[in-house]
Design a protein around this ligand. Structure first.
Ligand SMILES: NC(=O)c1ccc[n+]([C@@H]2O[C@H](COP(=O)([O-])OP(=O)(O)OC[C@H]3O[C@@H](n4cnc5c(N)ncnc54)[C@H](O)[C@@H]3O)[C@@H](O)[C@H]2O)c1
Length: 301
């Protein structure tokens, strides 16, 4: 069995002062990584801040003989993202791994959602991941090595009542990871997405009886694997929770090809809608170009 070690690797884990992020930071450090434990230390809705959240996790790591530094910058500004990456460079001289995990909730149905609830959620999840990843990507490209894990959610991939802001941000992260995976490929930078299910302060009121089966530690091994050199996959999305691990994907079905150059009508679509919707024989394109290549082949006959 492959032994997963992070000796000489430097990892940034955002939102690692509690919940899932803390478990990632602890496991990475136990396996030899030098870790930047980032956390703003605010409330579940993103208000407030407390530097002690990140510091406590650093103390836990150090008590076990590991190596870590605390950062309580917010991911949600370009300056904050840069400062988090700089913390890794100053303390450890490089960045090999970024786990974009920081998150907040402002759940409301779309009819009741205020623009500030959208802005706050996009700022932490989507823009925050961008602001941390961009400076880290530049360093990794120079080093010819990198691993990114972005944190999405089934609330985005499949949808969840009352989470339009969160769902939009979380699906945006899938797009960000997919593009980063393509742009990083030549430099041995891999980027994947995790959709966790776990009992944390974010979910404890939502899970009911399921809560006892959803230890955050059940998500940790999948994320740690994706962050490791052993992971050769990129551009993928995984569900992890309650000890079940599964790939999630957006597939492209064969659909209906109406033939080259023959304009079709809405009525033609209605007539072929069963074939258009049929999922049998789907593929999972590796990029937008992959999808286009399939169409070009059909157009050329
Ligand atoms: N728990 C689940 O079942 C579940 C499901 C799907 C997705 N997620 C995602 O997993 C991630 C971790 O969530 P969790 O469940 O551990 O909840 P959590 O609230 O325990 O962890 C989120 C952490 O992010 C930190 N944070 C918030 N805003 C920040 C900012 N601007 N800068 C830096 N840190 C900030 C918080 O202080 C907190 O410690 C989140 O992205 C969440 O959306 C969790």
């Amino acid at each position: 069995m492959t032994v997963i070690s992070f000796h000489d690797r430097v990892a940034i884990v955002t939102g690692a002062g509690g919940g899932l992020g803390r478990t990632y930071a602890l496991d990475l450090a136990a396996r030899g990584a030098q870790v930047v434990v980032n956390d703003l230390g605010g409330a579940k809705d993103g208000t407030g801040g407390d530097a002690s959240a990140a510091r406590r996790v650093v103390e836990e790591i150090e008590a076990e003989g590991g190596s870590a530094v605390a950062s309580h910058d917010s991911v949600s500004t370009p300056e904050g993202g840069q400062a988090i990456v700089d913390a890794a460079l100053h303390a450890f001289g490089r960045v090999d791994i970024v786990i974009n995990n920081a998150g907040i909730l402002r759940d409301r149905t779309l009819a009741k959602l205020e623009p500030q609830d959208l802005e706050a959620v996009l700022a932490v999840h989507l823009k925050g991941a961008f602001y941390v990843s961009r400076p880290a990507f530049r360093v990794m490209r120079e080093n010819g090595y990198g691993r990114f894990v972005f944190t999405s959610s089934n609330a985005g991939v499949f949808g969840n009542f009352g989470q339009s802001n969160y769902g939009a941000a979380k699906m945006g992260l899938v797009g960000l990871s997919n593009v980063l995976a393509l742009e990083g490929a030549k430099a041995n930078i891999k980027s994947n997405v995790i959709c966790p299910m776990a009992r944390t302060r974010m979910t404890e009121e939502l899970l009911g009886p399921l809560a006892s089966s959803l230890d955050p530690e059940c998500v940790t091994p999948m994320v740690v694997y994706l962050a490791s050199e052993a992971c050769e996959y990129t551009h993928e999305v995984f569900s992890a929770g309650g000890n079940r691990y599964a790939r999630m994907f957006i597939g492209l079905a064969p659909g209906w090809f109406a033939g080259k150059g023959s304009p079709v009508t809405a009525e033609d679509i209605a007539a072929h809608i069963d074939q258009i919707r049929d999922q049998k024989g789907y593929v999972v394109p590796g990029s937008a170009l992959d999808e286009i290549a399939g169409l070009v082949a059909q157009l050329r006959g």
